[in-house]
Design a binder for this molecule. Structure first.
Ligand SMILES: Cc1cc2nc3c(=O)[nH]c(=O)nc-3n(C[C@H](O)[C@H](O)[C@H](O)COP(=O)(O)O)c2cc1C
Length: 349
C-alpha cells in the first residue's frame, strides 16, 4: 500500500515551506521510493541538444534549488533534473511566509526570491554527484543576485562556475520575484546576456536555454523566437510561473503576491508553447512546463511542440508515484496514436 496519502496529510498540516524542507531532508535520508533509475524505454528516449534523455519528463527548477536531491529524484523516474535557480553568491530570498498552497485549485503561489546557497556550494555537490553517476542528465538554472548592480556579470559568473557541471544551462529571466529580472526578456538585453553566458560557460560548452514567462506579449515572444531562430540560443523553456490570477481560482491564498503555478497555468503555458513552436518553425527545441499533472497534460505539451517536459507543482499534490504514472501513460498514448517514438509526436498537434 502506498504511504503517500498519509505522508501528504502530514505534510499538508505544516506550512508549505516547512513541508518542502522536510521533504528534501527525507529524500536525502533515503526515504524516497527506490525504483532505481528509470529504465530506458526506447519509445520514450529522445535526443535533444546532443544528449540522449532516457525519457522526456524532467523535474522543473525550484524544487531542488541547491542540488541536494538529484539522485532520489532521478530514482522516482524523472528522465532529468534541473537544479537552481542558483545565483553567484548565496542569498536568503524574501521574508517568510513566501510559499502558499492553493489546494482547491491544485496550484501554488511562491515569492521565494531565489533563496539559494550560491553557485560554489552547488558546484561542490554536483561534482560529488557526477563522480557517482556520470550519465545522469542534470540541467542547471542560473539567475542574478538581488543586490547585484551588474546582472549580465552575475549570469556570466554563475555560468563559469556551473557550466562545466551542466548538461544544459538555463538563463532564468522570468521569475516574477526578483525586481527588474523580467526586463531582460527584451530582445536587445537578451542577446547580450546569452552571448555573455556562452562566452563564460567553459570548454564543455553546454547548450544554453532561456526560460520565459507566460505573461509575455505576442511581440515579445516573436522577438525572442527570432533571436532563437537566428542561433541566439539552443532552446527555450516555456514557461515560468504567472503573475496573472485567473477568475477561476477558489483558494483563500489566491490574492498572495508571487508566481502562480500548477493546474491553472496549464492552458496558458501550453498556448504560449504552441505559439513559440510556430515562431521557431520547429528549428529550436522547446521544453514545455506549466501545469502538467497527468500523462494527458504531458502529451498535450509534446503535441504542442515540446521535445522535453517538466513539472513541479503536481508533485506537491500527487506525490512520488506521479512520474511513473505519467511515463506509463505516455507509452500508451504513443501506441494509440501509432507513433513508434516520442519524437514523432513532437509538434504533431
Ligand atoms: C515553489 C516554486 C519555486 C520555483 N523556483 C523556481 C526557480 O528557482 N527557478 C525557475 O526557473 N523556476 C522556478 N519555479 C517555476 C517552475 O520551474 C515551473 O516553471 C513552474 O512552477 C510551472 O510548472 P508547474 O506548474 O509544473 O509547477 C518554481 C516553482 C515553484 C512552485
Amino acid at each position: 500500500m502506498s504511504l503517500w496519502p498519509l505522508a501528504r496529510a502530514a505534510l499538508f498540516a505544516l506550512p508549505a515551506e516547512t513541508a518542502h524542507g522536510l521533504t528534501i531532508r527525507g529524500l536525502r535520508a533515503g526515504l524516497g521510493p527506490r525504483m532505481g533509475r528509470a529504465e530506458t524505454n526506447d519509445a520514450l528516449a529522445i535526443d535533444v541538444f546532443g544528449r540522449r534523455f532516457p525519457n522526456p519528463l524532467g523535474l522543473a527548477a525550484g524544487f531542488d534549488k541547491d542540488a541536494r536531491v538529484v539522485a532520489p529524484m532521478l530514482a522516482m523516474g524523472f528522465g532529468f533534473v534541473e537544479v537552481g535557480t542558483l545565483t553567484p553568491r548565496p542569498q536568503p530570498g524574501n521574508p517568510r511566509p513566501r510559499l502558499f498552497r492553493l489546494k482547491e485549485d491544485r496550484a501554488v503561489i511562491n515569492r521565494l526570491g531565489f533563496n539559494n546557497g550560491g553557485a560554489a556550494a552547488a558546484a561542490k555537490r554536483l561534482t560529488a554527484f557526477r563522480a557517482r553517476d556520470a550519465n545522469a542528465i542534470v540541467g542547471v538554472n542560473i539567475g542574478r543576485n538581488k543586490t547585484s548592480t551588474d546582472a549580465v556579470a552575475d549570469y556570466a559568473e554563475a555560468a563559469r562556475v556551473l557550466g562545466p557541471l551542466a548538461d544544459y544551462l538555463v538563463i532564468n529571466v522570468s521569475s516574477p520575484n526578483t525586481p527588474g529580472l523580467r526586463d531582460l526578456q527584451g530582445a536587445g538585453a537578451m542577446a547580450e546576456l546569452v552571448a555573455a553566458v556562452r562566452a563564460s560557460r567553459g570548454e564543455t560548452a553546454p547548450p544554453v536555454l532561456v526560460k520565459i514567462a507566460p505573461d509575455l506579449t505576442d511581440g515579445q515572444l516573436a522577438d525572442i523566437c527570432a533571436l532563437a531562430r537566428a542561433g541566439g540560443m539552443d532552446g527555450l523553456t516555456v514557461s515560468n510561473t504567472t503573475i496573472e490570477r485567473p477568475d477561476t481560482l477558489k483558494s483563500d491564498n489566491r490574492a498572495e503576491t508571487g508566481g502562480l503555478s500548477g493546474a491553472p497555468l496549464m492552458e496558458r503555458a501550453t498556448r504560449l508553447l504552441a505559439d513559440a513552436y510556430v515562431e521557431v518553425r520547429g528549428k529550436v527545441p522547446l521544453v514545455g512546463v506549466g501545469g502538467i499533472a497527468s500523462a494527458a497534460d504531458a502529451y498535450a505539451k509534446i503535441r504542442a511542440g515540446a521535445s522535453l517536459v517538466q513539472l513541479y507543482t503536481a508533485m506537491v499534490y500527487e506525490g512520488p508515484g506521479l512520474p511513473g504514472r505519467i511515463l506509463a501513460g505516455l507509452v500508451e498514448r504513443l501506441k494509440a496514436d501509432g507513433f513508434a517514438h516520442i519524437r514523432d509526436a513532437v509538434g504533431a498537434g
